[in-house]
Structures are given as C-alpha cells and as structure tokens.
Design a protein around this ligand. Structure first.
Ligand code: MN
Length: 278
C-alpha cells in the first residue's frame, strides 16, 4: 500500500499514476495522533473506501510530506563504506572535522521544521557555501520502540519513503548545518512494509539535471535498518511518526539554484524537486 498526503492535507491511496482520497478513513486517526499506529488495522477500511471513491490523477495534485509533524527526525551520519572513504578523502566535505565510525559517534537529529514535501522546493540559505544532496532510505516508525532488539525492530516500522538530507558543508555541528528550513525532503509517499519488502535490498539513486550522481543499494549500509532502530532505541524512545534517515551512499555533490534533483528508490518511486535561491 502506498499512502500520500496531498493538497491541503488530504490522505490518498496511490496506485500507478492515480490516487483515491481516503481522508475520511485516515484524517480521524491522524487527528488523534494514531495515524501510523493504526495503519495495519485501517487497511481494509482504506481499500474499501478507495474502491468507492473517484480516481484522481497524481499529476493533478500537490504532494506534501507524507508525515505531517514528526516528533523527531533521527539521522545516521556516514553509514555506507564507500561514502566514508569519499568523505575522508575530501577536505571540502569533512572540513577538518574528524570523521568517525557510526558505531562510535552515534546518530544525530534534524529539526522537524526543516521538513518539506516533494511539491515544495529546496531554498538554498547560503548560496555561496557548498551545499550537497544526500539521498537516503527513510523509515517511518509505526509503533513505540524503546530498547528493541534488531530481531524485533522491523515490527516497529509503519513504512518507507525517499529521503533527502540536504547538507550545508562547513565546520558547524551536523544538526545545525542540516536543520535549515527546507533541508529535509520526504516523499512522494509511504510504502507499507508488506509491499516494500526487505529494506536491506533496495537500489537508491539520485541525479541532478539528468546527470547521475549517486547509485547504490541498501545492502551496503554499515548499520542496517534493524540495527539502526536497535541503536537509536538504546538511547531514546522512537515514537510513531518519527522519521529515521538511514544515511547516504557515495556520490554526494553540490547543488545550485535552478537545479532539478531526481531521487529514486526501488519499490517506492521517484521524487523530482527543484533548488531555488534564498
Ligand atoms: Mn545524511
């Protein structure tokens, strides 16, 4: 099942190039803060309602972030071996900051206020400083997770989405540089676990103005999705609707005003989003 948010905050069931408005089923759950905990229970009602609703063209709606207000956006620093190598080799990326393995330095947080959807645009805040694209598999939590083991971790996932972790390079703390307004993109929808399948085998890629930049597979993650959930929940409770950005592979590079970014992940889809001046 693919679920999107669109226009003024409506909920849609997506199939192919079409969607069906299922807001009467999902809006009450969202209003009571139970959208992501209730998805499995509500699945029959969602499909029933969609069968009776008129189809709309995806191209005719404005897609929003599928998660309206995450409590936190947890993100993995360098979590692909080949990206670790490229970061260590480039002073423009690491800026003299010591790059260490994720198992030693842990995870970081991005401000929820940085989050936008695929119909928005990335506004470069400091166009004279290098700002990079990072495509990442995004995981949306569906069930409270506190000290869960990696064996049980995927029971706590509501769905998967494409994430962009836009990054200002420089000496400041990661969370400061990555929390700028519009510097987190999620979309175009959430794919539920039974449809997405194994998060440890998904190709992810990103191009800028049609030129390939990143192309990898989540099997090369240093900490897998279950290991990341275990690790994060060792330190704090993951709540339904929290977003986990799992890290970006090699091939990060700068973006500029006027660029068009296309990011794709197997079994999810594609995001096309523009980059604008401040
Ligand atoms: Mn990242």
């Amino acid at each position: 099942m693919k679920l999107c948010r669109f226009n003024d905050g409506r909920y849609g069931l997506v199939q192919g190039e079409q969607l069906w408005d299922v807001s009467p089923v999902l809006a009450p759950a969202a209003a009571s803060g139970a959208l992501f905990t209730e998805l499995v229970r509500l699945t029959p009602a969602i499909t029933d309602h969609a069968a009776r609703a008129p189809a709309q063209l995806l191209s005719a709606v404005r897609l929003l972030s599928p998660v309206p207000r995450p409590g936190k956006i947890v993100a993995a620093p360098v979590n692909y071996i080949n990206h670790l190598i490229e970061v260590k080799q480039s002073s423009e990326i690491h800026h003299g900051v010591r790059i260490e393995e994720i198992q030693r330095i842990g995870l970081f947080l991005k401000a929820p206020s940085s989050l936008i959807g695929p119909a928005d645009q990335i506004n470069l805040r400091f166009p004279n400083r290098r700002t990079d694209h990072e495509v990442e598999l995004a995981v949306v939590i569906g069930k409270r997770a506190n000290r869960v083991t990696r064996e049980k971790a995927l029971d706590h996932v509501a769905g998967y989405s494409i994430g962009l972790d836009i990054t200002l390079r420089g000496p400041e703390e990661r969370s400061f540089r990555k929390s700028i307004d519009t510097y987190t993109v999620i979309g175009p929808w959430i794919v539920t676990p039974e449809e997405f399948g194994d998060p440890g085998d998904a190709n992810l890629s990103l191009s800028v103005n049609g030129q390939p930049r990143q192309d990898a597979n989540t099997r090369d993650l240093i900490l897998s999705v279950p290991a990341l959930i275990e690790y994060a929940s060792t330190f704090y409770t993951l709540e339904p609707g929290d977003i986990l950005l799992t890290g970006t592979p090699e091939g990060v590079g700068p973006i500029a005003p006027g660029d068009m970014i296309s990011a794709a992940i197997d079994r999810i889809g594609i995001i096309n989003i523009g980059v604008a001046a401040p």
